[in-house]
Ligand binder design. Sequence first.
Ligand SMILES: [Zn+2]
Length: 641
Amino acid sequence: MRRLLLPASLAMSAAFSCGASPTDSGPIDPAFDYHSYANVDQFRTTHLDLDLRVDFQFKNIAGSVTLELKRLDPRSTQLVLDTKDLMILDVTQKANDVLGATAKNQTIWVSRPFHLEKPDPILGSALVIDLPPSKKGTESIKIDYETTDASSALQWLTEKQTASHKPFLYTESEPIGARTWIPLQDTPQIRAPYKAKVHTDDRLRAVMSAENDPKAKPGVAGAYSFVMPQAVPSYLIALAVGDLEFQETGPRTGVYAEKSMIKAAAKEFADTESMIQANEKMFGSYRWSRYDILVMPPSFPEGGMENPRLSFITPTVIVGDKSLVSVIAHELAHSWAGNLVGNATWRDFWLNEGFTDYMESRIMTAVYGEPRASMEAVLGVKSLQADLAKLKPADQILAIDLRDRDPGDGLTNIPYEKGRLFLNYLDAKFGREHFDAFLRGYFDHFAFKSVNSEQFISYLQENLLDRFPGIVTRAQVNTWILSPGLPADAVLPVTNLFQPVDTARDAWLAGKLPAKKIGADWLAQQWLYFLDGMPPTLSTAQLADLDKAFGLSKSPNAEIGHSWFKLVIVSNYQPGFPRLEEYLKTIGRRKLIEPLYESLMKTSAGTEVAKRVFAKARPGYHPETVKAIEAIVAPKEEASE
Ligand SMILES: [Zn+2]
């Protein structure tokens, strides 16, 4: 078992106050972020100013961040920031702040002593900066730095790895990756607006989670300027640089993608404006001005990332039939749940994801109808049940204890699907009208703020439980949020559209129905259900029958491909393997490929395939994906032999 060092901020708050400090054992302090070193009780960032050069030759970002900080405690003379795998070159302080009137008309920057603490494998190194005492309250600290090869929020793609044959860089900061490319207070408790200047290759376009001008042309030597006027947490600071084109899909929506993808993407995501309007009608206005989508390279590890004003989206949802656009509904819903009102610590991640999943269902119902939305919800519950069967009780709790752990460990179906079911439950109990009004009020009340689970519970108590007494008790709410498993009174989604699928599958398995007579009018969700419900193994003849009838090995739908290749692996269906290898080499979305590697590793022949394919695919995967697949195909003990 690995244990964390006491975060520096804890050690410091112990030094400055006599109150009890939270530690990584004993009761959790819900207001404390165990995944940040930042001493936010003494300094709070009020603005960030980035000046960065993105260098594709050296694969690094070099430049500076100027943090505007409010000193809450005048006795504090040490500022502690989060960093991981960064080279810190210099730290200076705007001296006008401390010198006062004498230097009013000129900007003077004075060097300040700093050092990096011993690194922790998960949290990185605290950057400790010594500052002179000041009663002023607000000050500017500039840090010059460079990223390194180990900066894991960055993925650098070479010319060979993109469709445009031009290089591509993107960041993925959630949950604690921002500190690997910017030294800052890397905790969602801190929100601040930012501006940025990005210099890059003049053949390329830079975009950020900020105001992007679709008509922007690179300035001198590929320089771009950005402003993010709203206060955002560090995990929502995002940057991408590539050979990007833009196509409008609505008055405030559009798509950025490489040329070869732009038309298909704009068509697939043509309903984005309808989705925004549907959500606005239910939960209040969209507060971020534009909503654009950036289509990522296939190696992007997630389905989507809700970077404000510019969601980063996997290309695996571009199918040609809008069958997987629930990912857009999801990322868009984050513009309310997460981006507008966000989790205060990673223990409260369910407040982002559970709310978002619930709203995603509501958007999908409004835009594509109830039948499709309920099929998606039922499939979600199935994946939740699979997780509940595997996860230990402590990890089935919505407000999960992640002390001493990587916050990525909380990325299971629990915050998403169990969170969604909790909101479904409140919706069913209090009625749609009251529950929608409650959610609207919640988004207004906490707009641009961070919330922890306990604050949410108090707000819920006051604004729903007490307002409509005798419907749901505090104890029932606590069971949902603080206990493992699924409460017995959960309201599970239902659909009658899977019943004909069950009938067809049974008949086909019994040899009574030829494959080609199956599924002429099925939606993608029915195909997923059809494949996922197959018995553990099928014969080669059966798989050949399915593949011949439906071309499953070549399915343009990556989710269907995933379900199909699971069957191919378990039944060792050799004709399916060449396409499986292709699939693993071209897609880096973790949800789609990790289970396939896991399944391959269960047999010795499969192990050989997994290792061989991973060796080839590895350079194209994101660093976090590499780490995850490494843990599957070459666990540490084995690697060190
Ligand atoms: Zn999400």
